[in-house]
Design a binder for this molecule. Structure first.
Ligand code: CP
Ligand code: NVA
Length: 307
């Protein structure tokens, strides 16, 4: 049984296969309505169960369209409306119940450990739809988006400016698996997870961590950022905003990157904080394509899990 929990767990060949499959299946759907089922109906009668411990717009809608296009069915469980969420059923029992009703589970949890615990007890595959630690589906979609616009990501320079959060965790793993250069600029207090940096360095990653946003952005092929305050973030938010202010992606930062560089953001954004309107809505912005590609990459991930 194959789970999709973190990019680091999956071998390079399989990750590449997922991306290439997503690209070729997307091409086949040119001019086809978003809700139309793929002609081969690859997952006819298969059921995806989604469980959310926290809010979502893109992940929820893109997984719904993904399973629809594959010819399958969807069941959604909001943790607030379930026994698991209200605390009167254990993870073990909930996992066994989900295994009776579905063929695959996509889950968004506060704590990464919740997802790992579910994965131990489920008898069907699980996909990580974001935890406090990582967001692998987003980064797979971003790799696809980058390659659609700029060609192979291998040896390209990606710059991350801002919070060292769950998105950058998956980006670091991807830098190793897809072999690109990654420059991360962040204040010391909000740097990325130390364990994943150590793992990346042990695996010959080309990673630079700096306090200087100008150094990171210099001649980059892509500038990426995310909200400074993530869902469930604790601590002093005003202090965090103050420390992250120099890491805003604005016109000045985009000018330091390559002329044809793109801007990526997983969304939702706090416009005016981590990114200006000018950049979000500018010609170099790839944010809507990132959103669209979530559908295509997730179709490929679901199929890979069920192979
Ligand atoms: N990027 C992303 O996962 O967005 P949602 O929180 O809306 O799902
Ligand atoms: N870092 C953000 C990503 C949202 C898709 C969060 O965890 O809230």
């Amino acid at each position: 049984m194959k789970n999709f929990i973190n990019i680091a767990d999956i071998n390079k060949q399989d990750l590449r296969k997922i991306i290439e499959h997503a690209k070729s299946e997307k091409k086949k759907r040119f001019n086809i309505n978003k809700s139309a089922i793929d002609p081969e109906k690859p997952l006819i009668d298969k059921t995806l169960i989604m469980l959310f411990e926290k809010t979502s717009t893109r992940t929820r809608l893109s997984f719904e369209l993904a399973i629809k296009q594959l010819g399958g069915h969807l069941l959604v469980l909001d943790s607030k409306e379930s026994h698991y969420g209200s605390g009167d059923e254990s993870v073990y029992d909930t996992a066994k119940v989900l295994s009776q009703y579905g063929d695959i589970v996509m889950m968004r949890t506060h704590k990464h450990e919740h997802l790992l615990e579910f994965s131990k007890y489920l008898d069907i595959p699980i996909i990580n739809g974001l935890t406090n630690l990582s967001h692998p589906c987003q980064i797979m979609s971003d790799i696809m988006t980058f390659e659609e616009l700029k060609g192979s990501i291998t040896n390209k320079k990606i710059a991350w400016l801002g919070d060292g959060n769950n998105i950058v965790y998956s980006l670091i793993e991807a830098a190793v698996k897809f072999n690109f250069e990654l420059s991360i600029a962040c204040p010391k207090k909000f740097g990325p997870d130390k364990k994943i940096i150590k793992w990346a360095k042990q695996n010959n990653a080309k990673i630079l961590i700096t306090k200087d946003p100008l150094e990171a952005a210099n001649l980059a092929d892509c500038i990426m950022t995310d909200k400074w305050i993530s869902m469930g973030d604790k601590g002093n938010k005003n202090e965090k905003r103050k420390l992250l202010k120099p890491y805003q992606v604005n016109k000045k930062i985009m000018k330091l990157a390559k002329k044809d560089a793109i801007f990526m953001h997983c969304l939702p954004a706090s416009r005016g904080e981590e990114v200006t309107d000018e950049v979000m809505d500018g010609k170099q912005s790839a944010v809507w394509l990132e959103t669209l590609n979530r559908i295509h990459v997730q179709k490929s991930i679901i199929q890979w899990c069920l192979e």
